[in-house]
Design a protein around this ligand. Structure first.
Ligand SMILES: [Zn+2]
Length: 130
């Protein structure tokens, strides 16, 4: 199913509310959905990032064409970064996943292309994706 423009934002804010209930730091997080050509030569896995200076999560708009399990997984991971008090310290990628797990109660997994997924049956974060 392909999401329409609003449903990616709706999905994000519903999850942000869920994370904020556990991590008050998430309150006030903003979302910027940007055109995929925002990045000059994006790799397949370049779908989202968190900017600590503006407390904003950026999602590339092509994320809406990925399965909803990937959309959720990517959003969970970025909200994990946004909730991280020590984002600049070593281990931030795994910490984002473990913050996500603490909120959702399920491990954040990765599909075979290295994109986060809420689906079950895929692999955990591999060293090659660090
Ligand atoms: Zn990350």
């Amino acid at each position: 199913m392909v999401s329409d423009r609003n449903s990616l934002a709706d999905l994000f804010f519903a999850q942000a509310e869920r994370f904020a209930a556990v991590h008050p730091r998430i309150n006030g997080v903003t979302l910027r959905i940007v055109a995929s050509h925002y990045l000059r030569s994006p790799e397949y896995r370049d779908l989202a990032w968190y900017d600590p200076d503006s407390h904003a999560v950026y999602l590339l708009d092509r994320l809406r064409y990925l399965p909803q399990d990937n959309q959720l997984g990517v959003i969970w991971h970025e909200l994990g970064h946004a909730a991280d008090e020590n984002i600049s310290s070593k281990g931030a990628e795994r910490r984002a996943d473990s913050i996500s797990e603490g909120v959702t109660g399920r491990p954040l997994l990765y599909d075979l292309r290295g994109v986060q997924s809420a689906a079950r049956g895929v692999c955990e974060r591999s060293e090659i994706f660090d």
